[in-house]
Design a protein around this ligand. Sequence first.
Ligand SMILES: *Cc1c(COP(=O)(O)O)cnc(C)c1O
Length: 427
Amino acid sequence: MTSLNQQLYESSQKYIPGGVNSPVRAFKSVGGTPIFFKRGQGAYFWDVDGKSYIDYVGSWGPLILGHAHPKVVKAVQEAAQNGLSFGAPTEAELEIAELLCKLLPSIEQVRLVSSCTEAGMSAVRLARGYTGRSRIIKFEGCYHGHDDALLVKAGSGALTFGHPSSAGVPSETAAHTMVLNYNEIAGLEKIFSEFGKEIAAVIVEPVAGNMNLVKAEPDFLATLRSLCTQYGSVLIFDEVMTGFRVGLECAQGLYQIKPDLTILGKVIGGGMPMAAFGGRREIMQCLAPLGAVYQAGTLSGNPVAVAAGLATLEEVQAPEFYETLAAKTQQLTQGLASVAQKYNVDFCAQSVGGMFGLYFCKELPKSFADVMMCDKEAFNRFFHAMLGEGVYFAPSAFEAGFVSTAHTDEDIDKTLLAAERVFTSWV
Ligand SMILES: *Cc1c(COP(=O)(O)O)cnc(C)c1O
């Protein structure tokens, strides 16, 4: 008998390309059939056939309070009752803007949008409009949404000019994007000495979470900051994943570096489609209606999404919130590492706040090339075995994982026992 899941996947492929509305959901990297979910509560979610899983994806980051947190659900219901959208300003938008500016000292003004792709695209346009320059720098393995200018990466770790990583991106668009190695200071200094006065912006994930988890070295970010200041380029921190995930002051607080612009998303929308970009007033005031850089959105600052975001941001400000979350996440990563060590599996793990990386290799990676050296087949085996045990990790060796405050010690213990069963028969 075919499962309901299998039936849904087959029918979906008829009507939706690949059966999914975002390729990361397709299990392409790990193989097998994507799982269709119908319900989530706290740290758990249930698939359409009724099997439950401990969730370490959390909708790819937003669900820092777990699924269907009662306060977030209540805020959403109350907002919905008062109207789903006005296409006109609301008081709640002021409230969340003020809060974001208060929590992140680098942000003096902020604009809300509906997706992080939109935020990244808008921040780059704004930086170009503000500087009157075209070139941008990004780093291999960092993801900033699927805007044409940002869908570019180096082929081999060496510097490349304009090599789009998607069909449909004109090489003329990609030609303005230069890709460098993450954590490599020499490459940065060289490119700035050659092109500094032409560089509109540098965009970076201050803790990379889209090539598994790779921490920026403090010197790397400090060099970026000083080169951008020296050459008048806009430093954009993409804190979509790290924002309110690694701490209340985000990664810029951990590293004590002030970017010129910050992109936020995921946690600030509490699971609803919302993102934001903000930063120095002088730059933000180049946006329409004040300035010449056009940017707009019919559903921007949507009242239901803002309500979910405000309710979530209220919770994360509780005393000890991030200490507790970080300790829980470490319990998971250290636990997994010691189980793997017991069975001689080449494995390591680390975490920053509530995000973590699992690597089937001996040393923590520092770049995209290091991540590529990890044993992808071993990860895929681990992924499927853990899935069988009712533990849902991201379906790719190249994604970070997330713990929520809904995960209990018991949930972590269950996960470690499952890993023990998986690694026992590893060989
Ligand atoms: C998820 C993510 C994005 C893109 O977000 P979307 O809402 O899918 O457009 C951008 N940057 C980073 C760092 C992300 O993790």
